[in-house]
Design a protein around this ligand. Structure first.
Ligand code: ADP
Ligand code: ZN
Length: 520
């Protein structure tokens, strides 16, 4: 049977999704493959279909026990025999399944990575032919990623044991260059056929908000959008999850919490309530996530900003797996930046990784301050070429709000950074511009610089917003270390010389004083 017939017979589909055919053909030719596809892209089919065709058994390494069980059930429905081996099995079940596997009763065996090199597993696979080893969520092997699982390091050792090496197929939805390189090297893929299908999720609407009162904003959103449908609200801490659940319950909203500090049973129950639509909304930390396969999540709200674009894209990407219109809303507030920086500072990691984390965080901060298309900003993060300036489906592209010229303000900020010798961070620069009498400012003689007090009529918030905007446009570089310093980039000359104007949404610089307009 050819692969098109199989696609129809077993899976009931008429055509392949983007990338699937190439990957499947590669596997069937005996070539290692690396499939980089966004969530919902159809990665599972890429190993399930070859598994049916190939002689012997396909081993699928998967990090999530809950997901294995779902897949086994789904495959059973399609008439494909699959089993899973993980820590939830009773000894008697394990013995039974092992016996059946040895008797070639299964085409696909899902296994948790920590089991791969156990003596029982090794013993079992001696008795069967393994044609394909598929690795789901392959980025879990990378320490650079957000989902590092040490047990994934068992995979290369496992593959190394075969005298006749099976084909190895790795799949991930994560695609920064560093992570891809690490996946290839650590798993030991041999000249893999690499297929990237692109990261755009056309059915997702992206929005960034800087609501002053987040809770009020959230309630307003929930009352006016997708009132009957499912959504996820992500928070950065367990405490915020608890507090938010309590407050939203008081408003009569059908909601559950989910975080790593909950008892396992409760956490599982809350997850299932959500999956089976017994509760409409789940408020969660990033512990809720990978492998959550609910197709009809209509909105993903980030009540706090996550730590980088990678994490944001993954979490927001849990919306709209069914291809229907869904909203991804990121609620930005400067205090979340402080929180994220503290988290990085508290981690005990090598300096170069720390610097990378600050850099990745800054990219997301810039994302929150750009006036350009948000979708493009996401795609260019993943190194994807951007086609049009206006996607028509993000809060920036749809924004009708009045823009004001902030070129003069920008020049003042840039000059101030220059005058303080590019040696100070955001807060100090703001204090200098506003003419603060803070002891530190006076002690360091910063009240003597010519830009002292030249923006006294602006709020701290407005100046911060301008600085962040200038950073998003790459006129300023915020250094990536524990005490970030504002530096000027060569590009800023355009602004200082008045060759390029800078604009910003009016409402965000609401306290731009009127006398300032005269100067401009
Ligand atoms: P991923 O693991 O990449 O997030 P899945 O493998 O879970 O994606 O597939 C996402 C959805 O797409 C599933 O509902 C799956 O049944 C569906 N799907 C996969 N391949 C096809 C196809 N060729 N045609 C139509 N639907 C498909
Ligand atoms: Zn856009």
């Amino acid at each position: 049977m050819d692969i098109y017939r199989q696609l129809k017979t077993y899976f009931g589909y008429d055509r392949f999704k983007k990338g699937q055919e190439k990957l499947i053909a590669g596997i069937l030719k005996g070539i290692d493959v690396l499939g980089i596809m966004p969530t919902g892209g159809g990665k599972s089919l890429c190993y399930q279909l070859p598994a049916v065709t190939l002689e012997g058994v396909t081993i699928v390494v998967s990090p999530l026990i809950s997901l294995m069980k779902d897949q086994v059930d789904a495959l059973y429905e399609m008439g494909i025999k699959a089993a899973c081996i993980n820590s939830t099995l009773q000894t008697s079940e394990l013995i039974e399944i092992t016996k059946e596997i040895k008797a070639n009763q299964y085409k696909i065996v899902f296994v948790a990575p920590e089991r791969l090199n156990s003596s029982s597993f090794m013993d079992m696979i001696k008795h069967i032919k393994i044609s394909l080893v598929a690795i789901d969520e392959a980025h879990c092997i990378s320490q650079w990623g957000h989902d590092f699982r040490p047990s994934y390091l068992e995979i290369p050792r496992f593959i190394g044991r075969f005298r006749n090496r099976p084909v190895v197929a790795a799949f991930t939805a994560t695609a920064t260059k560093e992570i891809i390189a690490e996946i290839k090297a650590l798993i030991g893929l041999q000249d893999p056929l690499e297929v990237t299908t692109g990261f755009d999720r056309p059915n997702l609407f992206y929005q960034v908000t800087k609501a002053g009162n987040k809770f009020a904003y959230l309630c307003d959103y929930l009352e006016n959008n997708f009132q009957e449908e499912s959504g996820i609200i992500y928070c950065s801490t367990r405490k915020t999850v608890e507090a938010l659940v309590k407050k939203l319950k008081e408003r009569g909203i059908s909601i559950n919490g989910y975080h790593g500090g909950m008892q396992t049973e409760l956490r599982q129950k809350n997850q299932e309530d959500f999956m089976f639509n017994r509760v409409r909304i789940i408020v969660a930390t990033n512990a809720f996530g990978m492998g959550i396969d609910k197709p009809d999540v209509r909105f993903v709200i980030h009540y706090n900003m996550p730590k980088n674009m990678e994490a944001y894209y993954q979490e927001a990407g849990r919306g709209g797996r069914d291809g229907e219109e869904s909203h991804c809303i990121l609620m930005y507030s400067p205090s979340d930046v402080v929180k994220q920086k503290l988290m990085i500072a508290n981690e005990e990691i090598a300096p170069e990784r720390e610097a990378l984390q600050y850099k990745n965080l800054q990219y997301l901060i810039d994302f929150c301050h750009t006036n350009d298309c948000l979708r493009n900003k996401i795609l260019s993060y993943f190194g994807e070429e951007v086609i049009s300036d206006n996607c028509g489906k993000c809060s920036n592209c749809l924004d009708q709000s009045e823009m004001v010229d902030i070129t003069v303000e920008s020049q003042k900020v840039l000059s101030c950074i220059y005058r303080v010798n590019q040696k100070y961070g955001v807060n100090t620069v703001i204090q200098v511009l506003r003419g603060s009498k803070n002891r530190r400012i006076l002690e360091q003689g910063l009240n003597q610089v010519s830009t002292y007090n030249i923006m006294k009529d602006y709020s701290e918030k407005a100046i911060r917003e301008i600085i962040m905007t200038l950073s998003a446009r790459e006129y300023i570089h915020i250094t990536t270390d524990k005490f970030p310093v504002l530096k000027l980039t060569s590009k800023c000359r355009e602004v200082l010389q008045g060759k390029v104007k800078v604009y910003h949404k009016k409402d965000l610089i609401e306290n731009k004083p009127s006398e300032n307009k005269k100067e401009g």
